[in-house]
Every structure is written in C-alpha cells, then in structure tokens.
Design a protein around this ligand. Structure first.
Ligand SMILES: NC(=O)c1ccc[n+]([C@@H]2O[C@H](COP(=O)([O-])OP(=O)(O)OC[C@H]3O[C@@H](n4cnc5c(N)ncnc54)[C@H](OP(=O)(O)O)[C@@H]3O)[C@@H](O)[C@H]2O)c1
Length: 311
C-alpha cells in the first residue's frame, strides 16, 4: 500500500513509518517543523512539510501523493504538560482533531482515498459509572470535568466524523516508551500523587505496540472504533508506584481529594479516583493483534529501566 502518514515525525509517527516500511508499504510522511525533515527521510519515507490547518495545502498534498490510505497522527501534545485547564494546554491538539481531521477527510474524499485511520484516545473518556473496564460500545463520559470539556468534545468529534466517512478511529491508551514522555518528570519529582483511594483506572500502550496495531488496522480493520490498549487496565494506586520504582524515584505521595482539587483541579481528581480503563478484546479479535508488552508492568521496565536515577 502507498500510505500517507500525517504526523510522521512524532512519537507514534516515527514508529509507525518504520513498521509500515518493514512490512513493504511505501510511505509519504509529513512533518511540520523544518528540522524534522531529516528524521522522516532517515526512516526511508518520502518527507513532506505540511500544516494540517492549511486545508488547501492538505488537498494539494494528498492529490499529489495519490495514496491508497491516510493515517492521521498529528497532535500537538509534545511537551504539553497536564495543567488545571487541559483545554488550554490541548487547544492546538483539539484544533488538529477538528480542523485537521476535516481537512484530511475532505482531501481523502476528493482523491478517492477510502482507507483512513486516525489517532483518538481511550483513557479517561468513558462514562464513570458501572464496570471499570470499557469496550468501544460503552458510553463516553457525558459530563467531563470543567477544563476538559473541549478536549473531550474534540475527541468525540474526530471519532464521529472519521467513522461516518468509513474510516477507523483508534482510541489509544496513554502512550509510553518515548524519552520525552510527559509522565517521567512529575513522577521523578514526586509531583504526581495517588489521589484519594487511587482507584481511577488507566489504560496504557507501549508506542511500539500502538504502531503495530495501527499497521494491522490499516491492512485489515473495518470502519469503526478500536481501543488500542494493553491487557492490564489498572488503578493508579497499582501502576504509579511501579513506574516510580522503575525510574528510581521515591514512592509517590498520597493526596486527599480536596487537596488535589485545590492544587491540580477536578480533572486530576477524577483521573485518580473515578476514571475507567478500556478493553482491547475487539482489536485482538478483529485485527489479530497481540501486544508485545501485554502489561505496563514489563513495558515500563523495558522502556524506562535504563533511565533510573541512582539514589
Ligand atoms: N496521549 C496523551 O494524552 C498525551 C498527553 C501529554 C503528552 N503526551 C506525549 O505526547 C506524545 C504523543 O505522541 P504523538 O505522536 O501524538 O505526538 P508528537 O510526538 O508531538 O507528534 C505529533 C506529530 O504531529 C505533527 N504536527 C504538529 N502540529 C501539526 C500541524 N499543525 N500540522 C501538521 N502536523 C503537525 C508533528 O510534526 P512536528 O514534530 O514536525 O512539529 C508530529 O509529527 C508522546 O510523547 C506522549 O508521551 C501524550
């Protein structure tokens, strides 16, 4: 297949391009910052500078490349910290999820590209009632916390328009495995506490596994949503101490809900105490996908074991 990867220079993009090329596909890979051209070229893909928010440029790029498939992995999460107001830190990403997706879908329609896969997100999105592990057909949170409403709405928008156009939205777990992973610093500095009883469930995915599932979705997936997460959705009170230990950091602090609300906002309290995880049963069944790191327990160690600081 000839694949157009938007966001090829990013954390998931690089791994995806590498795996697509290994599988014998041809790739045009887009980047936005000029200094990232070499990164895409070094992988063996054809680099193309593109701003997804320039719809006319997107149309031209897709028309010229004439691909069989498009993958949308463009976000602006790199370096975006978790703040009280996620909507503010995620605003550029939300714009890419709305306008960037619209531009790519319009370009795909015009160029007759029928295979379309886009990056979505699974963790902290499902309704905070009932079971702790959710499938793709379970309802999403109808009442996201203040400061995360626009972010949730943008992800919902992307899911809806992509599936309506006959594409696939991959709801990834929290990515890990990149050296610039946003969790490393706060965990090292003990700024990431276990809130309340720490029952909120997170779903993770190693970036290599996320890329492998994406290749399979491109090759065999059918229109719809897939959770791309590991086999081990787990409460914060279980995974956070393991991550701290792997990083050679001191054990995480505990914070009561009221204090976490005061310092980090309602979103952080919900993530730590009420969030639901996601099931990967559909992706395994329909894509024939098996994660190489079925649990963050071995994945964190493989990804960050060499980053441990000696205390
Ligand atoms: N999943 C989460 O909720 C979350 C939250 C916080 C942090 N993180 C971290 O963020 C990273 C997420 O991985 P990722 O691959 O999605 O993000 P990434 O590594 O930041 O890559 C994003 C890609 O999108 C491109 N891009 C950005 N703006 C663009 C625009 N306007 N038009 C076209 N392309 C554009 C980037 O190009 P250039 O690089 O050339 O600019 C890059 O190729 C991980 O390191 C993860 O740890 C994730």
């Amino acid at each position: 297949m000839h694949v157009f990867v938007a966001g090829a220079s990013g954390a998931i993009g690089i791994r995806l391009v590498r795996q697509l090329l290994d599988q014998g596909h041809e790739v045009v890979g887009t980047y936005r910052r000029p200094e990232h051209a070499g990164r895409v070229r070094a992988l063996g893909a054809q680099p193309l500078r593109l701003d997804l928010l320039d719809a006319a440029a997107v149309r031209k790029a897709v028309r010229d490349a004439h691909p069989d498939a498009i993958v949308h992995q463009a976000t602006a999460l790199d370096g975006a910290g978790f703040s009280r107001n996620l909507d503010r830190s995620f605003a550029p990403t939300n714009q890419l999820r709305r306008e960037g997706t619209d531009a790519l879908l319009a370009a795909a329609g015009e160029a007759g590209v029928t295979r379309f896969v886009a990056q979505s997100f699974a963790s902290f999105r499902y309704a905070r009632t009932g079971g702790w592990v959710k499938t793709e057909t379970d309802p999403l949170d109808a009442d996201p916390p203040a400061g995360a409403q626009e972010t949730n709405a943008a992800m919902r928008y992307l899911d809806e328009v992509v599936v309506k156009a006959g594409g696939i939205a991959l709801r990834y777990g929290g990515f890990y495995g990149a050296d610039n992973d946003g969790m490393i610093k706060p965990v090292r500095k003990r700024q990431f506490p276990i809130v309340g009883d720490g029952a909120g469930v997170s779903s993770f995915i190693h970036l290599d596994d996320a890329a492998a599932a994406t290749v399979l979705a491109l090759e065999h997936g059918t229109a719809g949503i897939y959770n791309i997460v590991d086999d081990d959705p787990a409460p914060v009170r279980d995974w956070l101490p393991v991550l701290a230990e792997v990083l050679g950091a001191k054990a995480p602090r505990h914070a009561p809900r009221w204090l976490a609300r005061l310092i980090a906002g309602e979103g952080a309290v919900i993530m730590g105490t009420e969030a639901r995880g996601a099931s990967n049963a559909k992706a395994k069944r329909e894509l024939g996908w098996t994660p190489r790191y079925p649990s963050w327990r071995q994945g964190f160690r493989a990804a960050y074991g060499n980053l441990a600081v000696v205390r």
